[in-house]
Design a protein around this ligand. Structure first.
Ligand SMILES: CCCCCCCCCCCCCCCCCC(=O)N[C@@H](Cc1ccccc1)C(=O)O
Ligand SMILES: [Zn+2]
Ligand SMILES: [Zn+2]
Length: 476
């Protein structure tokens, strides 16, 4: 008990000076200005990635000169920090983020995407939400803690991948293998993939925090139709293009089954019920009765539809060689995002059963099973630490719920190291902000970024506990 009291007394308050606040936002702007773009697997802006490594040294000097922090470059441009805690009996955890960004053509942006310009309290640029905000906030929080002479009790790792946007094979996958070879097992991981949701449910005015405890899988299925080439003046009844177009159209017109009944979403909505007024609260509290209506309603919007089923997106279509030649081959690639209650094999079978055309051949280009659901009960240390930190840093947030990440994250490469994978960015996200991720005018407010640093500053200290925090926000 004396130890606990001592720790409480020696806790470092998350208050930053005016000068520190200015420095942290300027550091983020500098990070945005380095165009660390991933174009295709194995095709990166290596000059920018190298420059980013040097930039981190420059803006976080204390992190790099602290004796109990080991820094390693993995896969040429990814970074692994090992922060040695004072108590080896506590199992380490890991914070994840990625340095690379998707391309951003200048066109349609209000400010150039790699300018890091500040306008009306927002920093604009590619990576401000996905995911240089996390890269910089993690290191910034650590830098500020170290300046205040902080020594962690619990060891932790910081893994910054350089190719998340094109698979993570050179970054996260290599870091994961390295840690496995060292015999590391982690208590939990915190990565990107969810936010404080603001305005995603029309009848819910209050924002809520969603911590994603699972993530959808994916399947890139290439469909191919071959036909005999010839003169277009005497065409066959159907060409390879026509056959394939009809096949992909059938896929688009026939959504995969609604999996609402067998998913985590029911728990998400049940836990959210108290936030709604009558009659929605009654409906969400009695999903055993109302789930058919709710699941239908969720299909209406693209984002909630993505939560209830495996989605089908025809993303590539290539065919034809000349205006007057019957095309010998047509190819289309369909990107499925697999609901956690289904498997890759089930989705392939469903797709074939929808297309029902023997002339179509199928090639699996890439397939990833959905990730298992990480524990989110009262004994789940990672989940409870995130919840506790939200409670203290964002006291206006009434509720924290478990959810599913509709995209994929680098965390999928670390399932060998832990069963506790949590995806959460401590940043408010509106549907408009969401459209900036991989879209145009991606931005973060200066205040939101400072709150993210504050969250991590608190979280790192909270993780020094040997017990799981008591949950207050939600009682089942
Ligand atoms: C009950 C109502 C809840 C309201 C839900 C609102 C959902 C909002 C979702 C916000 C999620 C934002 C996720 C951002 C992370 C994006 C990560 C990403 O882009 N990953 C890539 C990875 C990848 C995969 C395959 C090839 C290359 C890259 C992705 O495409 O998934
Ligand atoms: Zn990302
Ligand atoms: Zn992304």
């Amino acid at each position: 008990l004396r130890d606990a009291e001592h720790r409480r007394a020696s806790r470092i308050p998350s208050q930053f000076s005016q000068e520190e606040s200015v420095t942290m936002k300027e550091s983020l702007k500098g990070a945005i200005q380095i165009p660390t773009v991933s174009f295709n697997p194995g095709e990166f802006n290596t000059t920018a990635l190298a420059e980013f490594g040097e930039y981190m040294h420059r803006v976080f000097p204390t992190v790099f000169r602290t004796s109990f922090i080991r820094h390693e470059v993995v896969g040429e441009y990814s970074h692994l920090f090992t922060v040695q805690g004072s108590d080896p009996s506590l199992q380490p955890y890991m914070l994840l983020a990625h340095i690379d960004v998707v391309p951003a053509p200048d066109q349609d942006w209000e400010v150039p995407p790699f300018s890091g310009l500040e306008r009306d309290g927002f920093i604009y640029g590619r990576g401000t939400l996905d995911n240089k905000n996390s890269v910089m906030a993690i290191l910034q929080a650590l830098e500020l803690l170290l300046i205040r002479n902080y020594i962690p009790r619990r060891s932790f790792f910081i893994a910054l991948g350089h190719d998340e946007e094109v698979s993570g094979a050179h970054g996260a996958q290599k870091i994961s293998a390295l840690l496995q070879a060292r015999g590391v097992q982690l208590a939990f991981i915190v990565d990107e993939g969810s936010f404080i949701m603001d305005g995603f449910i029309p009848s819910l005015k209050k924002p809520f925090a969603m911590v994603s405890v699972s993530e959808k899988g994916s399947l890139d299925l290439m469909m191919e139709v071959n036909s005999t080439p010839g003169h277009s003046s005497a065409p066959p009844k159907e060409t390879s293009i026509g056959i394939l177009a009809a096949a992909v159209s059938r896929l688009e017109q026939t959504p995969m089954p609604n999996m609402f009944g067998s998913g985590l979403l029911k728990i998400t909505l049940q836990q959210l019920a108290t936030e709604f007024s009558f009659p929605v609260n009654v409906i969400f509290n009695n999903l055993w009765l109302f789930w058919p209506i709710v699941s239908r309603l969720m299909e209406r919007d693209n984002i909630s539809n993505a939560l209830v089923r495996t989605t089908t997106a025809v993303t590539m279509f290539n065919a034809g060689i000349k205006v007057n030649v019957i095309p010998p081959v047509a190819r289309a690639t369909v990107n499925f995002r697999i609901h956690p209650a289904q498997t890759v094999q089930e989705v392939i079978k469903l797709a074939k059963d929808i297309v029902v055309d023997d002339r179509v051949q199928y090639h699996v280009l890439e397939a990833v099973e959905p990730l298992p659901v990480s524990p989110f009960d009262d004994r789940a240390l990672g989940y409870q630490l995130i919840r506790q930190t939200i409670e203290s840093v964002f006291p206006e947030i009434n509720i924290v719920v478990p959810g599913i990440c509709i995209a994929q994250t680098d965390s999928r490469h670390y399932t060998n190291l832990t069963t506790g994978i949590y995806r959460f960015n401590p940043v408010y996200l509106t549907p408009q902000d969401f459209s900036g991720i991989h879209g145009i005018n991606e931005r973060i407010s200066v205040q939101a970024y400072e709150m993210q640093v504050k969250f991590l500053f608190e979280f790192i200290q909270n993780a020094d506990t040997e017990q799981r925090p008591v949950s207050h926000l939600h009682e089942l």
